[in-house]
Design a protein around this ligand. Structure first.
Ligand code: CO8
Length: 374
């Protein structure tokens, strides 16, 4: 079995930002005009008035202050309320591939590698802009990588599951170095017209180079000591869009369930114990005491959720340095969140430092990766 390391990470961050103030102003304008247009039905008890959103609620409930998006104007236009992307021809690079190539270039540079050193590409994300050909194969071609590539989707846990898949292949020798990317264009499958969740998501792409530990070219490599993944079926986070849509009556309707929807409270309550159990049992089985951990890089969905998980895993409240948050700036970027935290907050740690990258979300799904700095 070969020793496996994470030798480089990279982030593509869109250049457009939506603040909570901008988001709430546009949502409230949309809700006000919807209520006016549907006044008679609301009065007759046939429709429910849309409630107003508030900046204070968003900050208190989630810790999110702003989010990056690829197209701000469509999302904020009360007549549109979703991003508007020009259609691309089949021979143009797709959007997911484009942002993955950007992030991959940074990860390869940090790893001291080029495309010629990579044997495989895994594109792990929470939604794909098409069914096939795999976006991963397009990324492979765009970067000039020889070998193989495939897509995988475990929602917010995609990156840790992707690291486990890569690490297992490298351990066994079916690949020497793998590029794992997480292009998350969440704005496209998010419901910006729903007050309960309109603040949650942002766009980003992360990339991770996972490789055999021999002949490293990176000065910031982290050994992957162990990985563990867990899934438990739940309908509490769901999106019903898919290829069977046109087979059903009323398929063209603008249905709420064609975008992200969730029972946020239930998710919070049910996922926290699952993640804590996974992390604690994983650490215990690997003989690592929580007190030995220098850092936790958690999935970035909700600040209170992360605070609670960190406290239950460490047995005390973690400091901001021990458990860095990026969600105030990025919001929930699905699978990319824990990798953004790892990428931005790992260079400062000395050799021998131990940490856990952990993601969790729809499925339910949770993944834990114990790493040690070389
Ligand atoms: N403004 C003002 N008031 C509001 C707003 C708002 N925007 N939204 C809700 N309220 C009101 C509610 O109506 C409610 O009022 P009342 O008490 O009168 O009934 C009150 O505020 C409290 O509402 P909630 O109970 O909903 O509020 P919570 O405190 O539970 O906070 C959260 C809501 C932030 C959503 C919280 O429950 C949470 O974060 N839960 C965890 C959710 C989570 O982590 N989900 C993960 C999903 S991501 C994932 O797995 C990947 C999926 C694929 C990606 C999809 C990309 C699009």
């Amino acid at each position: 079995m070969h020793k496996v390391v994470i030798s480089g990470t990279g982030i593509f961050t869109p250049d457009q930002i939506i603040t909570n103030a901008e988001l709430v102003a546009s949502y409230n304008e949309y809700a006000t005009s919807w209520n006016e247009a549907n006044g008679a039905a609301i009065e007759a008890g046939e429709a429910e008035a849309k409630p107003m959103s508030s900046e204070a609620f968003i900050l208190k409930a989630s810790g999110i202050e702003r989010r990056y998006v690829i197209d701000k104007s469509g999302v904020l236009d009360p007549q549109i309320m979703h991003p508007v992307f020009p259609e691309r021809a089949d021979d143009e690079l797709s959007m997911m591939a484009e942002i993955a190539v950007e992030a991959a270039g940074k990860a390869l540079e940090r790893a001291g590698r080029t495309a010629a050193d990579i044997d495989a590409v895994i594109c792990a994300a929470s939604n794909f802009e098409r069914a096939y050909p795999a976006v991963a194969i397009e990324i492979q071609q765009a970067l000039g990588i020889e070998g193989f590539a495939f897509d995988m989707n475990v929602a917010c846990s995609s990156a840790t599951f992707g690291i486990q898949a890569a690490a297992d292949m490298i351990r066994c020798g079916s690949a020497r170095a793998i590029l794992m990317v997480n292009p998350e264009i969440t704005s496209g499958h998010h419901e910006w017209r729903d007050r309960d969740c309109h603040f949650i998501f942002g766009d980003v792409c992360t990339a991770v180079v996972v490789e055999r530990a021999d002949d490293l070219a990176s000065d910031n490599a982290w050994e992957v000591l162990s990985t563990r993944c867990l899934t438990l079926y739940s309908n509490n986070i769901r999106n019903n869009n898919g290829f069977l849509r046109r087979t059903r009556a009323g398929h063209m309707a603008d249905r709420r369930d064609m975008q992200f929807y969730q029972e946020g409270r239930k998710v919070f309550k049910q996922v926290v114990p699952v993640v804590v159990d996974l992390m604690r049992s994983h650490l215990s089985d690997e003989g690592v005491e929580p007190s030995e951990l220098t850092r936790l890089w958690l999935h970035q969905a909700n600040k209170s959720m992360n605070d609670l998980i960190g406290e239950k895993v460490l047995g005390r409240a973690p400091s901001r340095a021990e458990q860095p948050n990026v969600l105030q700036d990025y919001a929930n970027t699905s699978s990319a969140g824990s990798i953004i935290a790892f990428s931005k907050y790992s260079d400062d740690l000395p050799s021998g430092s131990l940490g856990v990258i952990c993601s969790f979300g729809a499925g339910y799904s949770a993944g834990s990766v114990i790493v040690r700095r070389l």
